[in-house]
Design a protein around this ligand. Structure first.
Ligand SMILES: [Zn+2]
Length: 97
């Protein structure tokens, strides 16, 4: 991801390993160009969120993980399903008594 502002400059960080590039960029476009020149990849996951991966993380196995949205412990759109699943387990156990 690229974050920052015109005053303080922009920082580029990998969404997977969270490593930051040492360089601080004057403009957003400088950071975008750096990504192009250094083999960074933009990957869209199944929730339509974009993630920027550094060259070290631009491997098929990591890219596939990111696409599946399994990199983050609890993607917001899954937590509802997870709660429903846990509730179903509780209910099943209760009925067993
Ligand atoms: Zn990385």
């Amino acid at each position: 991801m690229i974050y920052g502002n015109e005053q303080e400059g922009y920082t580029l960080a990998c969404n997977y390993c969270e490593d930051e590039v040492d360089e601080v960029f004057d403009t957003f476009m400088d950071a975008v160009n750096y990504k192009k020149d250094h083999g960074w990849k933009n990957v869209k996951d199944k929730y339509d969120d974009w993630h920027e991966l550094c060259p070290a993380c631009s491997k098929p196995e990591i890219i596939n993980k990111v696409k599946d949205g399994v990199v983050w412990d609890e993607p917001p759109k899954q937590s509802g399903n997870e709660l429903a699943r846990l509730a179903a387990i509780d209910e099943a156990e209760f009925e067993g008594f």
